[in-house]
Design a protein around this ligand. Structure first.
Ligand SMILES: CC(C)(COP(=O)(O)OP(=O)(O)OC[C@H]1O[C@@H](n2cnc3c(N)ncnc32)[C@H](O)[C@@H]1OP(=O)(O)O)[C@@H](O)C(=O)NCCC(=O)NCCS
Length: 162
């Protein structure tokens, strides 16, 4: 896979690499930082670790962001993408998304699909910048405390093979 490096504005290097079970505590911290009460639980992460590819952004040993992808029937599914608050607006989310799309292309995926909460302006803006288009609205896609909460946009993008 592509192990891309990126530099922060202050010159520190950030590496992308697959996560291992040894990164679990950092993933949980990052989930809480990014999603608060909606953070994925340890149990849920353990359940999907074997089926998804977890990619972490690491800055001097600290996980600055991570993403999860799965490939099913020729479609790249972006299951999660998150950058720690302290590292936002420094193109790390863009970099990780680029790596994920690159992996999709390398695995001959025809398209990429994701879901994003309709009020998540920063993520919507990021995905639109990368050419994702709204496919359909998923009513009550998200749940909080067992109750239906936010709606999601399903967004898709055709992956050109280059
Ligand atoms: C969405 C998220 C991953 C973006 O990460 P990031 O590293 O800050 O994003 P980048 O610096 O690469 O920004 C790329 C583009 O995204 C958009 N964007 C990012 N943050 C934004 C914000 N706060 N407001 C508006 N647009 C924003 C912009 O279009 C930006 O392009 P620009 O820098 O040329 O303006 C990050 O805000 C995050 O982790 N949010 C919480 C978790 C989350 O909602 N994940 C998405 C789940 S579907």
């Amino acid at each position: 896979m592509k192990n891309g490096m990126i530099s922060l504005p202050d010159g520190r290097a950030v590496e992308v690499r697959p996560c291992t079970t040894g990164d679990l505590e950092q993933i949980l911290l990052l989930e809480r930082d990014c999603f608060g009460p909606d953070a994925w639980s340890r149990e849920f992460i353990m359940q999907i670790l074997p089926v998804g590819l977890f990619l972490g952004l690491f800055c001097g040993g600290e996980m600055a962001g991570y993403g999860v992808l799965t490939i099913r029937r020729g479609t790249l599914h972006i299951d999660n993408l998150a950058v720690k608050s302290a590292y936002r607006r420094m193109h790390l989310g863009s970099h990780l998304l680029e790596v994920m799309l690159w992996i999709g292309r390398k695995n001959s995926c025809q398209d990429a699909l994701l879901q994003v909460e309709t009020n998540n302006r920063s993520a919507l803006s990021l995905y639109e910048k990368f050419g994702f288009q709204k496919v359909r609205k998923l009513k009550h896609y998200y749940h909080r405390h067992g109750q239906p909460a936010g709606d999601a946009w399903e967004m898709g993008k055709v992956l050109d093979q280059d």
